[in-house]
Write a protein that binds this ligand. Structure first.
Ligand code: BGC
Length: 733
């Protein structure tokens, strides 16, 4: 260990010297170029021309040699911003690097991409369950493996920087990016997010199969008051520090070298203008040493949208002085031109430019871009059988069985089944946004060998399978036909939910399902045949009245490219489900109280009454926890405390169970949540098998953000809760 840290220090020192040396040779224009990131469009041949070679050499020359751009992002636009073959990607990124190698100082361009559930924009890549599903696995090993596989496929595609992982906390279910988060809980999101980062970056992200990650969207983006994307959040600093900062802090500690800025605003200050967040807290408190990148066009928007700046030039000044190091401009060189002017006129000091550029160059050195290694061979590194198997495994663990009356599930293999509903026979609904295209909607571009839910059922079933539905999400379904056909079947599988969407495009006015889906559900239920409801989509749409009347409910969310098979595995009992909800599933549109609610949220007439609570998820076997014990009755402030509990498989089938440990600080100077998740472990047990689990609670686990906005532990009583048991201990001064 000691040897390693010395060598890490030496590497840091060596990089620091290289950066200083390089910086001293750079002109103002070359420096500001490094701070400029443009979209592929800026170097591409207009899509109407449908050119085979998509880069326009003159435009590339203009961007890289004349404007010295430091970074390019996104997939080419021919014909409609879609995934490219891996061979094309390798060629495109090579062409960009060759141009960078012809610049005076030969500074490499870093190519960034949104590979948020696998290499989104490379055809046939391994596309994992989205983050909301990964959270439902409660299995950090799977997040680690997703990170590893994604980094390898990104690098095999010639891309060098991944705009992932989303460290925003998903506490606003209307928000159309909820599914990009690891759910509503801080601890769960911290564990899953940091595991992903470690898999993606390894110990050294200059390795040929590793790449730097990007923590986004710093900070408070995920909590718009009205639920619409890119609208204001009103988060007090205590709440910010308690719920929204810790995941970013953990991501910084895990070594993520870049941070993308909140595209909206918190408490009246747009993310890109917030010096307090971007500099005082991120640098001063969290100790972040990497660089920050703006989100899409957001520096301009300080002028065009937020009316915070009186001109685009002032917007650039505000953002750069607040702490934004790189601008995702993305379509022109306005940022470059305006910042050159601002430095020349003395409005932005050269020291700030040097600081930003040093950070960017440091990450480029750390990523090994100055000494590029040969690209990984495609064979053995891309869409391998092993990676696909891992993905199927992740998908299986990510699906939540929420209701199973009279053991309607698993279905018998020879059951005759009527499949209907808009989500039953599409691949896009399993994957959601950032899949092949930005919006993920282009069903015809999905790999045809992958199975929809219907196709996977057809493959497994030994009975009659009938499908009634359209070939698009909005295709009308003949309800009378469903009713007539139901007579001939043992069970109806009803696939409801949402079509894919990404970002602002996915804004909605209500969590209610559209009437057509409700009508279909009512008709299916009225047939009297047992109905199994399967929901797919990025948000918990309201299903209460349907869920109450059907026999089984499977919450699929967005289980990814292997999701169809994984769902069929669960339907037929080839896999014993173990996913647990990473959010509270609301009963009503406005019932959006998270599980870690405050005492007054369950006081007098108030109750926490979701349709399914956080952590809910059934299995085909049963588990019991017992013997919960704390090692001591009293500890001093600053000490750890060990907790043990036993978990037993009390049913007849082998299965996995996530044991969740919560605490409650009984009385405190700032109101405390009724309970907060502080640890979890997932175990696999045979029928009758028991295992004793031990957990260590640290002072950090017992702490909260105090009256003076500082993290503290207060003496007093604490409760520890696992399953139905509660034990207590006291913290003394
Ligand atoms: C999104 C980011 C994304 C960026 C680049 C933005 O609109 O908010 O999450 O990384 O675009 O595609």
């Amino acid at each position: 260990m000691a040897g390693r840290s010395v060598s890490a220090q030496e590497t840091n020192k060596a990089i620091e010297n290289k950066v200083k040396n390089l910086l001293s040779q750079m002109t103002l224009e070359e420096k500001i170029g490094q701070m400029t990131q443009v979209d592929f469009t800026v170097i591409g041949i207009p899509k109407e021309q449908n050119a085979e070679d998509q880069i326009d050499p003159a435009k590339l020359e203009d961007a890289v040699l004349k404007h010295h751009v430091g970074s390019i992002l996104n997939t080419p636009f021919t014909p409609d911003n879609k995934a490219q073959s891996i061979e094309i990607w390798r060629k495109l990124t090579r062409t960009v690097q060759d141009a960078a190698a012809r610049t005076r100082l030969k500074i490499p361009v870093i190519y960034g991409i949104d590979a948020i559930h696998g290499a989104t924009y490379t055809q046939n890549s391994v596309l994992f369950p989205q983050a909301i599903n990964m959270a439902a696995t409660f299995n950090p090993e799977l997040a680690f493996k997703e990170g590893e596989i994604t980094a390898r496929e990104v690098r095999a595609s010639g891309q060098q920087w991944n705009f992932s992982t989303v460290m925003d906390i998903g506490r606003q279910p209307l928000w159309p990016r909820l599914w990009e988060t690891f759910g509503e809980d801080v601890h769960l999101a911290t564990v899953m997010g940091t595991s992903y980062i470690k898999g993606h970056q390894g110990d050294d992200f200059s390795a040929a199969d590793k790449a730097p990650t990007c923590l986004k969207h710093y900070v408070g983006y995920s909590y718009p008051l009205n639920g619409k994307d890119r609208t204001p959040a009103w988060i007090g600093e205590r709440m910010l520090r308690e719920y929204f900062l810790p995941t970013f802090e953990a991501g910084v500690k895990a070594g993520s070298p870049t941070v993308m800025v909140n595209s909206a605003e918190v408490d009246g200050i747009p993310g890109h203008a917030n010096y307090h967040y971007l500099t005082t807290i991120l640098r001063g408190e969290l100790g972040f040493k990497g660089f920050t990148v703006s989100d899409w066009e957001d520096i301009k928007r300080l002028y065009t949208r937020d009316k915070m700046a009186a001109s685009e030039k002032e917007a650039v000044k505000i953002a750069v002085m607040a702490g934004v190091d790189m601008s995702m401009v993305p379509f022109d060189f306005s940022f470059y031109d305006l910042l050159v002017e601002l430095v020349k006129s003395g409005e932005v000091p050269m020291s700030r430019i040097d600081e930003a550029v040093s950070r960017i160059l440091t990450v480029k050195y750390q990523a090994g871009l100055f000494e590029p290694k040969p690209l990984l061979p495609i064979d053995g590194n891309f869409a391998t059988a092993e990676a696909i198997e891992t993905n199927r495994h992740a998908a299986r663990e990510s699906i939540v069985l929420a209701k199973n009356d009279h053991n309607i599930l698993p279905l018998k293999k020879d059951a005759s089944i009527l499949v209907t509903g808009p989500t039953a026979n599409l691949l896009s609904v399993l994957n959601g946004g950032w899949t092949i295209t930005w919006q993920g909607l282009a069903e015809d571009l999905y790999p045809q060998e992958k199975l929809t839910v219907l196709e996977a059922i057809q493959e497994k079933s030994g009975g009659k399978v009938t499908y009634i539905g359209g070939d698009s999400f909005d295709a009308p379904i003949d309800i009378q036909k469903v009713v007539d056909e139901a007579k001939n079947h043992d069970v109806i599988l009803l696939g409801l939910g949402e079509h894919p969407y990404t970002e602002t495009v996915g804004n909605i006015e209500s969590l209610n399902l559209d009437q057509a889906q409700v009508d279909l559900a009512n008709a299916a239920i009225a047939t009297g045949k047992p109905v199994v409801l399967l929901t797919l989509g990025g948000r918990p749409r309201i299903i209460t009245s349907i869920a109450e009347r059907v026999s089984g409910v499977i919450l699929g969310f967005l289980p990814g490219m292997e999701g169809g098979e994984a769902i069929a595995d669960i339907l037929y009992g080839d896999y014993n489900p173990n996913g647990k909800l990473p959010i509270s599933y609301p009963r009503n549109t406005n019932g959006i109280t998270p599980y870690d609610y405050k005492p007054m949220e369950s006081f007098e007439a108030n109750i926490y009454n979701p349709l399914y609570p956080f952590g809910h998820g059934l299995s085909y076997t049963t588990f019991e926890t017992s013997g919960l014990k704390v090692e001591k009755d009293k500890i001093n402030i600053g000490e750890n405390i060990n907790v043990t509990v036993s978990v037993k498989n009390t049913g007849a089938l082998k299965g996995k169970e996530s044991v969740l440990l919560y605490i409650n600080d009984v009385a405190a100077s700032v109101t405390r949540p009724n309970k907060q998740l502080k640890a979890f472990k997932k175990v696999e047990l045979n029928p009758g098998q028991a295992e004793s689990l031990s957990f260590t609670l640290t002072p950090h686990d017992l702490s909260f953000i105090g009256v003076d906005l500082k993290r503290i532990v207060e003496p007093g009583d604490f409760k520890v809760m696992v399953g139905n048991e509660i034990v207590g201990f006291t913290v003394t001064k």
